[in-house]
Ligand binder design. Structure first.
Ligand SMILES: Cc1cc2nc3c(=O)[nH]c(=O)nc-3n(C[C@H](O)[C@H](O)[C@H](O)COP(=O)(O)OP(=O)(O)OC[C@H]3O[C@@H](n4cnc5c(N)ncnc54)[C@H](O)[C@@H]3O)c2cc1C
Length: 386
């Protein structure tokens, strides 16, 4: 396969400025109420059901989805602005974020009507946490090696096996899981996997915590021991989940959350350098901001292409690769640029705390959502280079 690489020239339209103002006012109000502290690293990773409901009440979850399912029929560029503002502010959106970004769109495409009517409005109200059940021990980059088995039984499917690195599973309501329903064929090793909607409260599901280097409990091992999933929870074609995967990845890989996870150190560097940075500080900061600006243009372009109904798989992989490598290097670069700042600078302590946290977060950034090597493989294949 070979495809053209093209980033459409897209600018955020004026309605996005108005929306940005509304989101900033909402965030300022939440900060004033003490819901979260913007410069406290890790806050964006916390789960806050009450906050998610307030975001839902503002109409900022399921923004692009049809109104008949609780959505708001706004465009991807408006959703982009909301995502960007929450991420920059370090707001605790983790509870609803995966459902909003990718699980909802999967349900919209592949779930039976009664499931859509039941679940999508609850996602839009900020009531549900979804998780991605793809990786397994021995099957991460190579998703199609998944072994966790779904066996047909009367009225449903019996699941046995385990998933790993499942972010948020300890607070989740539902998983969209990829399970083996039959063996791969000689002609197609991707054949034989099916996507299911799994109620995480079902008997036979056990969630074991895995802790990050920061001490945070983000992800988990999820063990299935004869868990039963009903027939109407099959999503799409049995054995044909590989056909459903590509568009999901464009949603997962291109958003501003893919380069803003350590953004707080840049904001803090700006504060710490002050109004009159020396030449080294100004040059270093200028470079970082220029790189960020270019990536943001590319990421906005992908949002615009999604809005136009395209599937920008190569472009979103490029954004994810450039973005995660950048956000991974950012704390190190900020540490170098801030090394000669006066000890008594008032923001020094905050900056040092943030750097200590960001340096521990950094290694995961180029793994989650697809590793750098895998993304570069996808890009090379898409361009006909391999
Ligand atoms: C913070 C975090 C959150 C995560 N959340 C989730 C989640 O919610 N749900 C979920 O399902 N998964 C999740 N993951 C798992 C993640 O998707 C996998 O870790 C990732 O896909 C890599 O798989 P692996 O760990 O099995 O490594 P492997 O696939 O074993 O890769 C090991 C190394 O080999 C390289 N490699 C592998 N194959 C190739 C190849 N063909 N060519 C070149 N190099 C290759 C990789 O790039 C990597 O450097 C999360 C991971 C992290 C770090």
């Amino acid at each position: 396969m070979s495809a053209d690489l093209s980033f459409d020239q897209i600018r955020l339209p004026p309605e996005c400025d108005r929306l940005r103002g509304e989101v900033r006012a909402f965030i300022a109000d939440e900060v004033a109420k003490g819901t979260f502290v913007p410069d406290r690293p890790g806050h964006g990773d916390s789960h806050d059901r009450a906050f998610s409901r307030r975001v839902g009440a503002k109409g900022w979850i399921g923004m692009t989805w049809p109104k008949k399912y609780g959505g708001h029929e706004r465009n991807f560029l408006e959703r982009y602005v909301v995502t960007e503002e929450f991420r920059v502010a370090n707001a605790p959106v983790r509870l609803h974020f995966v459902a909003d970004r990718q699980s909802g769109p999967i349900l919209l495409k592949y779930a039976p009507e009664h499931i859509k009517q039941d679940i999508l409005p609850r996602i839009c109200r900020g009531e549900l946490c979804f998780v991605i059940g793809m990786s397994e021990p021995g099957s991460g980059s190579d998703l199609f090696a998944a072994k966790t088995r779904a066996t047909k039984v009367d009225g449903g499917w019996r699941i046995n096996g385990s998933k790993i690195w499942t972010s948020n599973a300890h607070v989740a309501d539902y998983m969209i899981g990829l399970f083996r329903t039959s063996a791969p064929t000689k002609e197609n090793r991707r054949h034989g996997l099916t996507q299911f909607l799994v109620d995480m409260k079902s008997p036979g599901i056990k969630v074991n915590p895995i802790y990050q280097m920061t001490g945070q409990h983000d992800f988990n091992e999820v063990v299935f021991d004869d868990a039963i999933v009903p027939d109407d929870h099959v999503l799409g074609e049995i054995d044909g989940a590989w056909k459903q995967a590509t568009s999901e990845l464009a949603y997962e890989r291109s958003g501003p959350e893919r380069f803003l996870e350590t953004f707080y150190v840049l904001t803090e560097l700006v504060r710490a350098l002050g109004q009159k940075p020396d030449a080294r500080g100004a040059e270093g900061l200028g470079r970082l901001v220029a790189q960020l600006h270019a990536m943001r243009r590319m990421s906005v372009s992908v949002a615009g292409m999604l809005q136009a109904g395209k599937e920008p798989v190569i472009e979103s992989s490029i954004v994810k690769d450039l973005g995660t490598v950048w956000e991974q290097k950012l704390p190190e670069r900020v540490r170098e640029l801030s090394a000669f700042l006066e000890e008594e600078t008032s923001n020094r302590v905050t900056l040092d705390e943030q750097l200590a946290f960001a340096l521990k977060v950094a290694p995961k950034l180029t793994i989650q959502g697809g590793t750098t090597e895998i993304l570069r493989g996808i890009i090379a294949r898409g361009l006909g280079l391999r």
